[in-house]
Design a protein around this ligand. Structure first.
Ligand SMILES: NC(=O)c1ccc[n+]([C@@H]2O[C@H](COP(=O)([O-])OP(=O)(O)OC[C@H]3O[C@@H](n4cnc5c(N)ncnc54)[C@H](OP(=O)(O)O)[C@@H]3O)[C@@H](O)[C@H]2O)c1
Length: 331
């Protein structure tokens, strides 16, 4: 039977404006880095996309290299989009990226016009889309002139291949230079995509201030530190967890599970319980407490994780005492 989105899908989601743009994003978005590749059951990927959209998640984050193998997540998303989501295209924000190695040779990585142009064309083909809503430069390129990369992003907007553009993992000084070039070209950077969680707080050292000044949005990734900020590893390594599956694509491995970290997770879990949240919900809420965060991109391996994580929106305010206790545990 054809998929029909739940009529009540917009009832419980909150949407935050992305900087001073016309776009609002759901406070929780869904990322397809893991669990949408070739080895992953397509029906589980499909159910996760349905669960997300049925609960008001309108933003889906992809990249050229998500898989495995690279390209597979876009291909699988494309299949499901064609079968189930085409009637809903105008209700969706679909993003892709390029910047990490995608193919062999000197033109398949980083930030040249040659690489980005070929890559976006490939991404559109794999997903069966005419345009992406947001195209991100996935990481800064230390060698290519920043002007070349930014001019290419500006060109994509002018060509209509991307409606908006974003940057990912640019440090504040690099981002400031990129914003200046983009502003001079007349294409504002819509949003920055950094890693941000209780375990990784680099954005607090200048990036958030810059984004506020530039009136750009911020969409945080790995807010659960790839699943570490949940209680799943306290009693060992579940076979179906990200660590247990022993992936070889940048995913966390057993080495991350140090006794020191497990103690922190346990202590954070106690605070979460006093807030009547799971640790996963508290970790997401902790990022969302900053109103400058437009959205967090959640990763998930099961549909139930999406519904569980969405409950973070029930309480994303923290008392001064709670924040001090959390800082104490993390220090
Ligand atoms: N721009 C970049 O460079 C970049 C880099 C990385 C990621 N991203 C984006 O951010 C997205 C998310 O990244 P991520 O997967 O690292 O994020 P994450 O949200 O920190 O981790 C996701 C993992 O946490 C676990 N999980 C999620 N909800 C849970 C819940 N309610 N209870 C228990 N466990 C739960 C699942 O682990 P199990 O698999 O163990 O079940 C899931 O696979 C990516 O898909 C991608 O779109 C961007």
């Amino acid at each position: 039977m054809a998929y029909a989105a739940k009529p009540e899908r917009y009832n419980n989601m909150e949407y935050r404006r992305c900087g001073d743009s016309g776009i609002k994003l759901p406070m929780i978005s869904l990322g397809l880095w893991q669990n949408f590749g070739q080895p992953d059951p397509l029906e589980n990927s499909r159910t996760m996309l349905h669960t997300a959209f049925d609960n008001g998640i309108t933003h889906f984050d992809l990249a050229n290299n998500y898989g495995p193998p690279p390209g597979a997540a876009e291909e699988n998303f494309g299949k499901i989009f064609k079968e189930d989501f085409r009637p809903y295209r105008d209700e969706m924000i679909i993003s892709s990226k390029a910047g990490w190695k995608m193919w062999e040779g000197p033109y398949g990585d980083f930030g040249s016009k040659k690489y980005l142009t070929a890559s976006l064309d490939q991404s559109l083909k794999r997903m069966g889309l005419d345009y992406v809503d947001i195209f991100f430069h996935h990481r800064p390129d230390p060698e290519t002139n920043l002007e070349e990369t930014m001019r290419t992003l500006d060109l994509f907007v002018r060509q209509g291949k991307a409606l908006y553009i974003g940057l990912s993992s640019y440090q504040p000084e690099e981002a400031a230079k990129a914003f200046e070039i983009l502003n001079s070209l007349g294409t504002k950077c819509l949003i920055h995509q950094p890693k941000y969680s209780m375990l990784n707080r680099w954005v607090e050292n200048g990036l958030m201030k810059l984004l506020e000044k530039e009136k750009a949005g911020c969409i945080a990734f790995s807010c659960l530190a790839q699943g570490l900020l949940t209680n799943k590893y306290l009693q060992g390594i579940p076979a179906d967890s990200r660590v247990g599956r022993q992936l070889e694509n940048g995913a966390i491995t057993e080495e991350a599970l140090t006794p020191g970290l497990l103690k922190k997770i346990q202590d954070l879990g106690v605070i979460a319980a006093t807030r009547e949240q799971t640790l996963a919900q508290m970790a997401i809420a902790w990022v969302l407490k900053d109103k400058r965060i437009t959205s967090v991109i959640l990763g998930a391996s099961k549909p139930e994780q999406i519904t569980d994580s969405l409950k973070a929106m029930h309480n994303y305010n923290f008392s001064k005492e709670e924040l001090e206790l959390i800082d104490g545990i993390l220090s």
